[in-house]
Design a protein around this ligand. Structure first.
Ligand code: BTN
Length: 270
């Protein structure tokens, strides 16, 4: 049986943080991010949390598809969590938002800090470098608004077992370390702290999240390959959330790149 989604409780909790914020649940949609971006482009920039039991065209970063276990159809409906938070925001500096979001979600699901690590810039990993979830952040310019943007923060999390076919590294899922986890419970744990942290980011930027990110940084101290062919050792992230990589040419600040960990000699991954 599909567990009940805490829509009423979340509405009360989120409405207390952001005036007028609504919480919507839908059984199926193309993509919660696509829907909130559609609304924003049509002039609807009302704050909302939209959760979908199933996405038919979920999107990841760099135009990749995001497939949920729920794609398997009815009966597996609690196997993943897919939702987007949309709200008008005007931070002085947007850099580091995905890192702050990752730190917030990880702290809510793994307060002891033993299980979830963060892979710059938008992945939730386990200690074995297996992907547990991802974050997709998009912004739209509300009609007539200059300072504010409408930000859509999409989060996809694997709750139950995921097949590994076609992937270099097997995915991870929340029930591996929270045996009774369900998608509605995970959402209940994540949502209010996430809204609080996004508001904090808007007021103070990435600075309040640097320690929380560093404590879970999956790349620090590791040899990396960047998508432009650069290789180097990761020295963590800078004050604005940029990735610091020590290369033969010196310390580089990376703000956008695909990053992968270079396997150590003889290491077999997967
Ligand atoms: C990534 O790892 O590349 C980011 C994945 C983000 C997936 C979530 S699921 C909810 C929201 N709707 C989408 O279509 N994508 C995000």
């Amino acid at each position: 049986m599909t567990p009940a989604w805490p829509v009423t409780e979340l509405h009360a909790a989120l409405g207390a943080l952001v005036a007028g914020m609504t919480v919507e649940w839908v059984p199926e949609i193309d993509s919660t991010n696509t829907e909130l971006m559609r609304r924003a482009r049509a002039g609807d920039a009302a704050p909302v949390l939209l959760v979908a039991e199933r996405q038919t065209a979920g999107r990841g970063r760099l135009g990749r598809p995001w497939q949920s276990a729920s794609d398997a159809g009815p009966g597996t409906l609690d196997e993943s969590l897919t939702f987007s938070l949309g709200l008008p925001l005007a931070p002085a500096d947007w850099s580091g938002l995905s890192l702050a979001v990752g730190a917030s979600v990880a702290d809510s699901l793994d307060p002891e800090g033993a299980q979830i690590r963060l892979k710059w810039p938008n992945d939730l990993w386990t200690a074995q470098d297996r992907k547990l979830g991802g974050i997709l952040i998009e912004t739209a310019m509300p009609h007539g608004g200059e300072a504010q943007r409408f930000v859509v923060i999409g989060i996809g999390l694997n709750i139950g077992p995921r097949p590994a076919e076609g992937l270099n590294t097997a995915p991870a899922w929340l029930r591996e370390f929270r045996a009774d986890a369900t998608a509605p419970q995970a959402l209940a744990a994540i949502a209010a702290p996430l809204v609080r942290d996004v508001l904090r980011f808007a007021a103070q930027g990435f600075a309040p999240f640097t320690q929380a990110f560093a404590a879970r940084d999956a790349l620090h101290g590791r040899e990396l390959s960047l998508s432009d062919g650069t290789i180097g050792a990761c020295e963590g992230v800078g004050a604005g959330g940029e990735l610091l990589v020590r290369t033969s040419a010196g310390l580089q600040s990376i703000t956008s790149s695909e990053v992968s960990v270079r396997p150590k000699a003889g290491e077999v991954r997967g």
